[in-house]
Design a protein around this ligand. Structure first.
Ligand SMILES: Cc1cc2nc3c(=O)[nH]c(=O)nc-3n(C[C@H](O)[C@H](O)[C@H](O)COP(=O)(O)OP(=O)(O)OC[C@H]3O[C@@H](n4cnc5c(N)ncnc54)[C@H](O)[C@@H]3O)c2cc1C
Length: 423
């Protein structure tokens, strides 16, 4: 029998492209259509604030698939095309340009966008003010930074702000980072480890300012000249980068009548309240079985893995999204991976293994006697073991955890490894 179903994917990012890939791998022979607002085929974003911004990575390396892959796998890619409206009742989606698609199953993979600085009047539209979400924006920022010698002010001391600071310093710019927190990344990592990142940036010549708040972005003749702080101080700038987080692109779902609450609300099978509509990647707030609540994850690995999970769910397979969150960053010569539940780590004790001063260590967050998260800094090939420790939820001996002479594999309970073999 010929497969007559159409699966529509809204959003041509990592989650959408990986979902299409899985549909074909799983033998789906119907029509697969991806509609993407951007003009480029799906690419990954982490390099946009790291090696691509720093000019050390090729454009081609960032694409999820080679161009020919789409035709070879009969995946129809409509670029520069947004899904503007979804009608759940008659299973149709409206596209920019007036097109309309009838779908049998729909995946919302619309990702997130940069949070805007609001209340600044015309300041945000001045030449020299940058946001960073798309490749086009990374190209524009790179052009602004690449000659060096400019006064760069970064609003926001989160991951992207700090990564941009590192790239900007590499080009020889004078960089000021304006953070709201007393210690950068303290909300994510706590003061102690946030302090390691603060020291790293200061050592590399960044003027890292904490507990600041921006009142205005100022310019002359349409070009930015500085950032005005809440107390009236003006920080002069030739380039301003606003990196204050991201917000999910969930309006499409909201207008369609789906439940939206900081993202598209889906169950552990990535299904919305409507049986034929799914969500994956940054836009999805999925019920997490281990946490017993909704969780929206804005990280590369989540898009990489929930796209395929959603595709399998669309095919009727009994999948469950029980992924342990994972992300990474690279800043100067510091590379780190974080694996675990950030929300459980907030009040946890931090146990260190390795050399903090040399920035070669693993930090474990231990709550109620179990590891809830781990972060390896310039120590490699350990994140699978950290994930096993977190997933097992087994009691840990903190002294053994801190003892680098004991391989991590010995701390992972045998039944956790055995259970993995069965899965
Ligand atoms: C600069 C930067 C650096 C990052 N670095 C890291 C990192 O080091 N580590 C890490 O783990 N994560 C990192 N991330 C996060 C990671 O890139 C995201 O988690 C990932 O891109 C999410 O993929 P996605 O497919 O869900 O969404 P997106 O990548 O946002 O893709 C969604 C796509 O859908 C399109 N779209 C939106 N609405 C519509 C519509 N209505 N119709 C059609 N198309 C639509 C969007 O334009 C976009 O192209 C970084 C993100 C950025 C921006």
């Amino acid at each position: 029998m010929t497969e007559a179903r159409t699966f529509l994917i809204a959003g041509a990012g990592l989650a959408g492209a990986r979902a299409a890939e899985t549909l074909r791998e799983e033998g789906f022979a119907g029509k697969v259509l991806i509609a993407g607002e951007e003009a480029e085929r799906p690419y990954i974003r982490p390099p946009l604030s790291k090696e691509y911004l720093a000019g050390t990575a090729e454009r081609e390396a960032g694409f999820v698939h080679p161009e020919r892959w789409y035709a070879e796998h009969d995946v129809e890619l409509l670029l520069g095309t947004s899904v503007t409206r979804v009608d759940l009742g008659d299973h149709t989606a409206a596209l920019t340009g007036g097109g309309r698609v009838r779908y049998d199953a729909l995946l919302l993979a619309t990702g997130a966008r940069s949070r805007r600085l609001t209340g600044l009047g015309s300041g945000a539209s001045l030449t020299g003010v940058h946001y960073l979400r798309t490749r086009q924006e990374s190209d524009a920022l790179r052009a602004a930074l690449a000659d060096g010698g400019r006064r760069v002010v970064i609003v926001g001391s989160g991951w992207i702000g700090l990564e941009v600071a590192a790239a900007a310093r590499t080009y020889g710019n004078a960089v000021t980072v304006l953070g709201q927190e007393t210690v950068p990344l303290s909300a994510a990592l706590g003061d102690e480890i946030g302090g390691i990142f603060a020291a790293l940036h200061r050592e590399h010549g960044v003027n890292l300012r904490t507990s600041t708040s921006v009142r205005e972005i100022r310019g002359i003749l349409g070009a930015v000249t500085g950032v005005v702080l809440r107390d009236g101080e003006v920080v002069p700038a030739d380039v301003v980068v606003v990196a204050i987080g991201a917000v999910p692109n969930d309006e499409l779902a909201c207008v369609a009548g789906l439940t939206v609450d900081n993202g598209v609300v889906v169950d552990e099978h990535l299904r919305t309240g409507h049986p034929d509509v799914y969500a994956a990647g940054d836009v999805a707030s999925a019920f997490h079985p281990a946490l017993g609540r909704q969780l929206r994850v804005e990280h590369w690995a989540n898009a990489l893995n929930t796209g395929p999970l959603a595709a399998r769910a669309m095919l009727g397979q009994p999948v469950v999204d029980d992924l342990v969150p994972y992300f990474y960053t690279d800043q100067y010569d510091l590379g780190m991976e974080y694996t675990g539940y950030f929300s459980l780590a907030r009040d946890a004790r931090v146990v260190y293994r390795g050399d903090r001063d040399a920035r070669e260590f693993i930090a474990f967050w231990v709550a109620e006697g179990r590891v809830v998260a781990g972060m390896n800094v310039n120590v490699w090939d350990v994140s699978p073991d950290i994930e096993r420790l977190v997933r097992s939820a087994a009691p840990v001996d903190e002294a053994r955890l801190a003892d680098a002479s004991i391989p991590l594999t010995e701390l992972v309970p045998a039944d956790a490894v055995a259970a993995e073999g069965v899965a």
